[in-house]
Design a protein around this ligand. Structure first.
Ligand code: CP
Length: 338
């Protein structure tokens, strides 16, 4: 880097038109985000995307802050994009996996969190197989911000925020859109956070899949009475050919292979025949409908290869936008209350 580039880079702390982000200590799910806060995070991510588009992708914004990614489950997109996000903002990012730590010797999640807090860590980004694990850390640690990077089947809020950003960026707004989420909704933390996010932003959410892979509380309800107001208008449709009619967004979910022997599916062939997102089915959606997938994909199962890599697919944009959204969230937490 030349001296002039170094001076220029050092002066760019955050994009000057960065919106005001409400103070926030933790990101656990989208149920406690207002639509205004979601929009502010998206606006902030746009500024972060501008940094990512520069020749030199580095700003000193979070210099001196320490971020730990604590992953008890495997990940490609979420872990690496958080690492990239932290490094672009000049935070010190430390990656910790359960398999190479004292977790192997039986150390509990809570004691692991307390240990990291005692080292002066500012933010822990945690993925865990148990729903609620990030909430335990958020309740018990008083000096560390917690970001949920996916807990069991419960929530994946940063994925939902990058999905909302992608739709807003491609279609201009989210309110009034028809968003079809199809596949293994029952076991999908991505679906749960997206249901909150898209509903809060005023979209019409339709969930679709085999009845055995849909949450029973959404299938059997009396006029939506049992659901929070924001979720009362969700539609549940098992026939994808009906659900996809006039859709603006079609989000396919990964069929979790570990479920195939558990009696949830008639057969894999039947699943593919009835619920795969194909060219023929996408023709029933609106022209220009977006095709999304949180990844990793099972091409040829929940989504055909031609759709996954076709002109309607924004799957790679989702990954790209994930870095900017995670920069915005790290910035929000590191500059918020302690
Ligand atoms: N979408 C998602 O969470 O992907 P990874 O498991 O690769 O992080």
């Amino acid at each position: 880097m030349s001296t002039s580039q170094a001076i220029e880079t050092a002066s760019l702390v955050v994009p000057t038109d960065s919106p005001h982000l409400p103070p926030r200590k933790h990101v656990l799910d989208l149920d406690d985000f207002s639509s205004e806060e979601i929009l502010a995070v998206i606006e902030s991510a746009k500024g972060m995307a501008e940094v990512l588009g520069r020749d030199i992708k580095k700003v000193p914004t979070l210099r001196g802050r320490v971020v730990v990614t604590l992953f008890y489950e495997s990940s490609t997109r979420t872990r690496i994009s958080f690492e990239e996000a932290g490094k672009v903002l000049s935070a010190d990012v430390i990656n910790m996996t359960a398999s190479a730590s004292s977790v192997e010797k039986g150390e509990s999640l809570l004691n692991t969190g307390l240990t990291l807090q005692a080292m002066g860590v500012d933010v822990i980004v945690v993925r865990h197989a148990y729903s609620g694990a990030p909430y335990l850390l958020a309740q018990q640690l008083d000096r560390v911000g917690i970001i949920n990077a996916g807990d069991g089947i419960h929530a994946h809020p940063t994925q939902a925020l990058l999905d909302l950003y992608t739709v807003q960026d491609k279609l201009g707004s989210i309110s009034g859109l028809k968003v079809v989420i199809v596949g293994d909704v029952l076991h999908s933390r991505v679906a749960r956070s997206n249901i909150w996010g898209f509903s809060k932003m005023g979209a019409k959410v339709v969930i679709c899949g085999p009845a055995t892979l849909l949450p029973l509380d959404l299938l059997h309800r009396n006029g939506g009475d049992a659901l929070p107001e924001e979720l009362a208008s969700i539609e549940v449709v098992t026939d994808l050919d009906l659900a996809i009619q006039d859709a603006d967004v079609v989000m396919a979910l990964r069929l979790q292979s570990e479920r195939q022997d558990a009696g949830f599916l008639p057969s894999l062939r039947e699943y593919i025949r009835r619920w795969q997102v194909t060219d023929e089915r996408l023709a029933k959606a609106k022209p220009g409908a977006l095709v999304m997938h949180p990844g990793p994909m099972n091409e040829g199962i929940e989504i055909s290869s031609s759709i996954a890599h076709g002109g309607n697919s924004v799957i790679e944009e989702q990954v790209t936008n994930g870095v900017a959204i995670r920069m915005a969230l790290l910035y929000q937490l590191c500059t918020g209350p302690k």
